[in-house]
Design a protein around this ligand. Structure first.
Ligand code: SF4
Length: 272
């Protein structure tokens, strides 16, 4: 686990890395590919690539590592040995247990743990690791919220106050606009509207999410893709009307002004 600059979490934890979505604003892909050692000779300690067949019949290569991957003569573990290719890092699963002080943990900041390509057994292993360290609050985030429903239907989705299920809503095409993971039960749910790329009517989320995170695109190409002030104000007004707390990332300060920033957590102060 690592401390993070992400303002709404204390730490990130990446037992799974890699993602097959192709978001053009993805920072995780840039980092993973920059530090990829896929073209170098690896010493795989107890793991090797295997072919995973998806429900649509497509075959993809995924990886499972029981120990950190190393390169000959360099025994330091490589964080992204396969770049952005889906990888389970088994050796990271116990990390939450080793941290006794309660933390808010963003699970899989370098992956989409609920992507259609992720085997159920990987997700089950991550959930099991979370349950074995119940002192923490776990924040999950996906662009594929239908997987929450599928897992729930299979009785694989934990219902617990310290499990928060997030969906990314960057624009009106987001799947969360059409899928309500909270339909049949009372999960802790949130929308991460970051990067907010167009005006989004949040009326669909009122009553089904417990929290909204707002932020602007950062990094290369972001100058032309900043949210408009009125988009943010509309969301905040609607959220206020429904008593949904709003957390604005610092990327919004130049747009909305520090005096108008909201940094609300649904569980109270940041580390409550
Ligand atoms: S879902 Fe997240 S990790 Fe995957 S490509 Fe998009 S931004 Fe990157």
């Amino acid at each position: 686990m690592n401390k993070t600059d992400i303002e709404w979490a204390d730490m990130t934890w990446n037992p799974v890395t890699g993602c097959r979505h192709e978001c053009d604003y993805c920072y995780a892909r840039r980092i993973a590919e920059r530090f990829s050692t896929a073209d170098q000779c690896h010493t795989f300690m107890g793991g090797s690539p295997y072919i995973h067949v998806l429900s649509n019949g497509e075959s993809i290569e995924i990886h499972e590592l029981e120990e950190p991957a190393t390169i000959e003569l360099d025994k330091r573990g490589k964080p992204f040995p396969f770049g952005f290719s889906p990888t389970l890092h088994e050796y990271r699963l116990e990390e939450p247990q080793h941290r006794k002080k309660p933390k808010t943990i963003f699970v899989c900041s370098m992956a989409d743990l609920f992507g259609a390509w992720v085997p159920d057994k990987w997700i089950e292993k991550v959930f099991k690791a979370c349950k074995e360290a119940p002192q923490h609050r776990y924040l999950f985030l996906t662009k594929n919220p239908v997987r929450y429903l599928e897992l729930d239907k299979a009785a694989l989705l934990p219902h617990a106050d310290n499990f928060w299920y997030g969906s990314t809503v960057a624009d009106t095409n987001a799947k969360a606009m059409y899928v309500n993971p909270n339909a049949a039960n009372k999960l802790k749910a949130f929308w991460s509207m970051e990067p907010l790329l167009e005006r989004v009517n949040v009326s669909k989320c009122l009553g089904i999410v417990n929290w909204i995170i707002l932020g602007a695109m950062t990094g290369p190409g972001s100058a032309q893709r900043q949210p408009k002030r009125e988009w943010i104000e509309e969301i905040v007004k609607a959220a206020d009307g429904a008593s949904i707390p709003v957390f604005m990332k610092d990327s919004l300060i130049p747009i909305i002004g520090e005096e108008n920033m909201r940094r609300d957590f649904p569980w109270g102060a940041a580390n409550d």
